[in-house]
Design a binder for this molecule. Structure first.
Ligand code: SF4
Length: 249
């Protein structure tokens, strides 16, 4: 399919898939609990090599203890380490949080900056984290390229790039800017729930008709449906069943 696909054809296909993803994952959102940009910055730093769920278990106490950047700057290291220990790599993460607090106070009046260029100068914050913060705390559209996102857009042949920054630009050229943040959440949800790394649920996937990799996972409906994951398995199964009926599969 994609070998002879024109640029315009790919853009149309990508946008059609993006619309299907929006219908399929209406609950997609940033899974790190936060109430302001600082909390999101802290949560994203803690989420390195750790599940969002585990981070969310730790952050209520942490946010209550350190409500401002100055609080992190002046934190007692041992106490901070103890609070974030369950997220792993807690010594490095404590370092990042203390330095983050110090830099925010010194350079940005204690506020989390609003531009990618400024954000990536902060400890523990790379381009991916910066885009999460921009998109979810400041409503500045951003594409978050994590492992799910890279895998899926390659399977979909939206791009052949493997470098995260190049993937970000390639997908940015296909999808309207205002949709970037939500698209990122939806692709990641699809990666977690349907299009798994090892056994994608192709036979229970509503993107099947537009996906050049259809068939790399089981295509028989009942078998594929058993591979679906997450709290909305029943809805995803039903959507896939309707999709197959409509396509006469
Ligand atoms: S058809 Fe298969 S490979 Fe394609 S998006 Fe769906 S689950 Fe992934």
């Amino acid at each position: 399919m994609a070998a002879e696909e024109t640029e315009l054809g790919r853009k149309r296909r990508a946008r059609r898939m993006a619309r299907l993803l929006a219908e399929t994952h209406p609950d997609a959102h940033c899974e790190l609990d936060h109430r302001n940009p600082l909390e999101l910055a802290v949560a994203t730093i803690l989420s390195a090599q750790c599940t969002d769920q585990r981070v969310n278990e730790v952050t209520p106490k942490l946010f209550a203890r350190y409500p401002t950047a100055a609080d992190y700057a002046g934190a007692d290291r041992a106490e901070l380490e103890e609070l974030i220990r369950p997220t792993g790599f807690f010594r490095n993460k404590a370092d990042s949080l203390i330095r983050l607090g110090q830099l925010l106070v010194e350079r940005f009046d204690g506020e989390v900056p609003r531009t990618l260029d400024e954000l990536v100068t902060l400890p523990g914050i790379g381009r991916k984290t910066a885009n999460v913060i921009l998109g979810n705390a400041y409503d500045v559209p951003g594409i978050t390229v994590d492992t799910h996102f890279s895998r899926l857009v390659q399977r979909w042949r939206w791009t052949t790039e493997t470098d995260p920054v190049k993937i970000e630009h390639a997908v940015g050229a296909l999808i309207e800017r205002r949709d970037w943040t939500m698209l990122s959440h939806r692709v990641i949800f699809h990666g977690r729930r349907v299009c798994h790394a090892r056994k994608p649920a192709c036979g229970a996937c509503v993107l099947a008709g537009d996906c050049p990799s259809y068939g790399i996972g089981p295509t028989e409906f009942e078998t594929a449906a058993k591979l679906l994951k997450g709290p909305r398995v029943a809805e995803l199964t039903e959507q896939a069943r309707r999709y197959r009926e409509a396509k006469g599969r």
